[in-house]
Ligand binder design. Structure first.
Ligand SMILES: Cc1cc2nc3c(=O)[nH]c(=O)nc-3n(C[C@H](O)[C@H](O)[C@H](O)COP(=O)(O)OP(=O)(O)OC[C@H]3O[C@@H](n4cnc5c(N)ncnc54)[C@H](O)[C@@H]3O)c2cc1C
Length: 397
């Protein structure tokens, strides 16, 4: 049986980033991933456009994952509109003393950058494609059985194996799950007018719609709504979809053309209050899965990665009860606040009463317009809720 300091199950965005962080810190790491080692084959290394906030950009830069070749569009402004109401609200990063709120990166490009960083990180061994079959945790170590028959031993097992985490289940951690009855459809589209530094969020009675800048004059669309309606929108031909998008978004960016491949995701919330057990922790979607309305899921998972890396850097035994308690203390407030805030936003748009929906969107805009409150909200949304981990701090020039 081969022994590692840490074994990570799940090589999605969270698991891969953690493997890079721990490998760079001199730990021996095994990364177990069920899908083949090709960016296009990993479930979440797909066409979704990720809003990566400022703290996450710092983490990715400090880990050497973000390089200048990675096509990212900076978000300097966020324009919020509400269907049926005149005017708009624009938030500008400069008004809060920041250069940018974050950047938009296409998930498969970030995935490819993670795979390349893994390749260049000493101390990380990838077991792929294979999956976790079962494990046994004792006070001293964790013994794992993989589906291909191999066996591993580790001080700490980390489950980064997504919403339906087997690690979480086998460790006996309790989670709350809520199905929103909604789906998100993503695709990209060519716009007549391009605003490369602006993200658009539009609240409609059918659900929120986000348009996020991509290179080459395209925008990534995240269209959220009732699952049946999303199914019929996904089946529309290109010209019908472009014209529906136009109706939903309005004329602010001119005509929409050439919508690309559509993908749909049912929307679920998962909350794990206590994401640690004996010599085991779960991170990312395996611990907390949130609705994409706040664009926080990956950002939240990356903050789990950075906090766990901080704890492990100073721990003699990374799986000790003390180390896991330290991790839990560092993450508790951010995890519960981010899940609660996102859920409030998401439920506001599944409220069956039209009045309720419109009132909620007005409430949101009022929050954004209230300077001292919104400055705090902006800092949290950018990923800087205390305690800020060392990887999330501004990279040294
Ligand atoms: C439409 C949409 C838009 C989004 N937009 C944003 C955004 O703008 N900003 C943002 O921050 N977040 C966003 N998110 C959320 C973000 O995509 C997720 O939070 C993130 O991808 C989760 O990563 P993860 O690594 O935790 O989990 P996953 O991506 O689910 O990875 C889990 C990995 O574990 C592997 N696995 C599972 N079980 C096993 C096993 N037993 N053995 C071995 N391997 C296993 C899987 O193959 C997979 O590769 C969005 C999500 C959606 C759906």
């Amino acid at each position: 049986m081969k022994r590692f300091d840490v074994v990570i199950v799940g090589g999605g965005l969270a698991g891969s980033a953690l493997a890079v962080a721990l490998g760079r810190a001199g730990r021996s790491v095994a990364l177990i991933e069920a899908a083949p080692r090709k960016a296009g084959d990993r479930p979440s290394f797909d066409d979704r456009t990720l809003v990566v906030n400022a703290a996450s950009l710092n983490i990715l830069t400090n880990l050497g994952i973000l390089d200048p070749d990675l096509a990212a569009c900076d978000i300097r402004h966020i324009e919020i509109t509400r269907a049926g109401a005149p005017g708009h609200l624009t938030l500008s990063a400069a008004d809060y003393g920041y250069e940018r709120f974050g950047a938009v990166i296409v998930a498969h490009e970030l995935g490819a950058a993670m795979l390349s960083a893994l390749e260049h990180t000493e101390g990380v061994e990838e077991f792929c494609p294979t999956s976790l079959d079962r494990f046994r945790a004792t006070d001293k170590q964790v013994e794992l059985q993989l589906a291909d028959g191999r066996q591993l031993i580790t001080d700490l097992l980390v489950g980064a194996d997504g919403t339906n985490s087997l690690v979480r289940e086998l460790a006996g951690m309790t989670s709350r799950r809520h199905d929103y009855g909604q789906s998100a459809m993503i695709f990209n589209v060519l716009t007549e007018q391009h605003r490369p530094d602006t993200a658009f969020e539009r609240f409609t009675i059918d659900g929120p719609l986000a348009l996020l800048p991509q290179p080459a004059g395209r925008m990534g669309v995240v269209w959220v709504g009732d699952s049946h309606r999303i199914q019929s929108a996904a089946d529309m031909d290109d010209s019908e979809l472009a014209s529906r998008l136009q109706q939903r978004f309005g004329s602010g960016l001119g005509n929409f053309k050439q919508p690309g491949r559509r993908a749909r995701y049912p929307l679920t919330q998962l909350r794990t209050e206590h994401p640690v057990a004996r010599r085991t922790a779960v991170i990312g979607n395996a611990a907390n899965t949130v609705h994409p309305v706040s664009a926080q899921g990956f950002n939240l998972g990356l903050r789990d990665v950075a906090a766990l890396a901080d704890v492990i850097a100073s721990a003699e035994d990374p799986g000790s009860t003390e180390a896991l308690a330290q991790y839990l203390a560092a993450r508790r407030h951010d995890q519960s606040s981010t899940v609660a805030y996102t859920d409030t936003l998401a439920r506001a748009f599944t409220n069956p009463s039209l009045a309720g929906q419109l009132a909620s969107s007005l409430g949101l805009v009022a929050h954004a317009a209230w300077p001292s409150l919104s400055a705090r909200l902006v800092r949290s949304a950018m990923g800087f809720r205390e305690p800020v981990s060392s990887l999330a701090r501004e990279p040294l020039a």
